[in-house]
Design a protein around this ligand. Structure first.
Ligand code: CU
Length: 489
């Protein structure tokens, strides 16, 4: 089983197919021609090959089977017994944090009648779901914000099975932090026969001395660092979450990082765990999850078989900070053994390698940085532009054509972390700091480290105005958002 994630830089030494030195002239040559050769002009032969390799990676159209699954969701302030029974004043979907888990099957249509009973306007964004642009939940860009007391109906048929989530796209650094998020699971048309399908929603909370959500958002400190990192880490709203399984069980464990800023690196090395999906999408083949950086917005699905007998609870740690591991949850294996289920891993998706992707001229390099100014004193910028809230009409920073192959680059000119999220499309990581990385999966969010450059490739499939933003929600709120326009033909 290949190991991919040995961040920081050890990863690239192991995964790169080309030695670093042989790659450098190529990277320089590409950099020199960037801008002179856009895909719409005479496309290099690598583009045609990349497009052929993309065929069949995922469906271009939804295939509704006629079944509509209807849910009501209400957002309102409430109190929940959270963080081990402590009464926490939150904003919640249907009175729960995490919010309700919506579970449908591929082909079914999701219809959510959403009512806003918050003291602020809001929307629901369906993170990772390829859906019609009008259902994407971005205020002013795809819909008017839902005012207090109003109702809005979201209806769409997901094109992909997988682990997705939903949250507000208005003042998200406050609204998500206060507890507004939930999981959307789209099951395969024929789900693999795992003995159970478990979900860990990871969040961290910044609580004040009274044990309540500190009601100061977008502080200078948050903005000058990697957003708002909390002092209480929860899984499914608890600091003492325990997953109980029986010996021999083979389960699917889905993880979501719903934190505003904190990155976690869950350590499952004591178990027989395989990574089978990232950001909802199955891998080309299962791989070792060791070192995967689960940034805000990211999801991973694990395939775990509990062969061993464990007398004591097994703690699962977050080791993003190697000096300060955080206990996420415990796993307890107990009871009567069951016969392990032997079935083929569902991780056998067609994921293009795009080995020539780095030879395709860069279509655009986004520069990520910060400067003084703006309503919070610090602005986070993409190409020196700060997105001034959602209250204005915005011109797209970049226009892409449906069905074309693009190589894009993020150049982090700052020292902070930026998990960059694209709405409405998946992309594949091609390189970090110019060194090829063959991740056998698509993503919708990639963590860009301080001073790092990251190359991605994508084929936009859905027309519309799609957001691209940092998923550290304080960075996004302070400007690190923009729009990509995907046009037909
Ligand atoms: Cu950021």
């Amino acid at each position: 089983m290949p190991t991919l994630f040995r961040y920081p830089r050890a990863l690239v030494a192991g995964a790169g197919r080309l030695p670093f030195t042989s790659l450098m002239p190529l990277v320089l040559a590409v950099a020199l021609t960037a801008g002179a050769c856009k895909p719409r002009e005479k496309a290099p032969p690598q583009v045609a090959r990349a497009l052929r390799e993309f065929e069949g990676a995922y469906p271009l159209e939804a295939r509704p089977n006629g079944t509509v699954r209807a849910f009501d969701i209400v957002a309102e302030p409430t109190e929940v017994a959270l963080v081990n029974g402590h009464r926490l004043r939150v904003w919640a979907y249907n009175g729960q944090v995490p919010g309700p888990q919506l579970r449908i099957r591929l082909g079914e249509t999701l219809r959510v009648r959403f009512t806003n009973r918050l003291p602020q306007e809001t929307t629901i964004h369906w993170h990772g779901v390829r859906l019609p642009n009008a259902m994407d939940g971005v205020p002013h860009a795809t819909q008017p914000p839902v005012q207090p007391g109003e109702t809005f109906v979201y209806e769409f048929t997901p094109k992909d099975a997988g682990t997705f989530w939903f949250h507000p796209h208005v003042r998200s650094s406050e609204q998500v932090e206060r507890g507004l998020y939930g999981v959307l699971i789209v099951e395969d048309a024929e789900p693999p026969p795992y003995s159970r399908d478990a979900m860990w929603v990871i969040d961290d909370w910044l609580l004040d001395e009274t044990g309540q959500v500190l009601p100061r958002f977008n502080t200078r400190h948050d903005l000058a660092h990697d957003g708002r990192w909390g002092n209480v880490l929860t899984v499914n709203g608890r600091t003492d979450e325990v997953l109980r399984v029986r010996p021999g069980e083979r389960i699917r464990l889905r993880l979501l990082n719903s934190a505003n800023g904190r990155v976690v690196m869950p350590d499952f090395s004591a178990l027989e765990a395989k990574l089978i999906a990232v950001d909802g999408m199955y891998l080309r083949e299962p791989i070792d999850p060791a070192g995967f950086e689960l940034a805000p917005g990211n999801r991973i699905d694990l395939d775990i078989t509990f062969n061993q007998n464990m007398a004591a609870p097994l703690p699962i740690f977050d080791r993003f900070s190697s000096r300060r591991p955080n206990r996420l949850a415990d796993i307890v294996v107990e009871g009567e053994p069951v016969i392990p289920a032997g079935f083929a891993s569902p991780a056998r998706a067609h994921v293009p390698a795009w080995k020539e992707g780095l030879q395709v001229p860069e279509h655009h390099g986004f520069r990520l940085n910060a400067r003084r100014g703006g309503p919070f004193g610090i602005e986070w910028t993409i190409d020196d532009k700060a997105f001034a809230g959602h209250s204005h009409h915005h011109e797209p920073l970049l226009t892409l054509k449906q069905g074309r192959f693009y190589r894009l680059r993020f150049v982090n000119e700052s020292a902070r972390l930026h998990p960059i999220h694209l709405h409405g499309m998946f992309f594949r990581l091609l390189a970090r700091d110019g060194v090829p990385v063959d991740e056998p999966f698509f993503r919708d969010t990639v963590l860009v480290h301080g001073r790092e450059s990251v190359d991605i490739a994508l084929v936009p499939t859905d027309v519309g105005s799609w957001m691209m933003h940092c998923h550290i929600l304080e960075h996004a709120e302070a400007g690190m958002m923009t729009l990509l326009e995907v046009t037909s033909g």
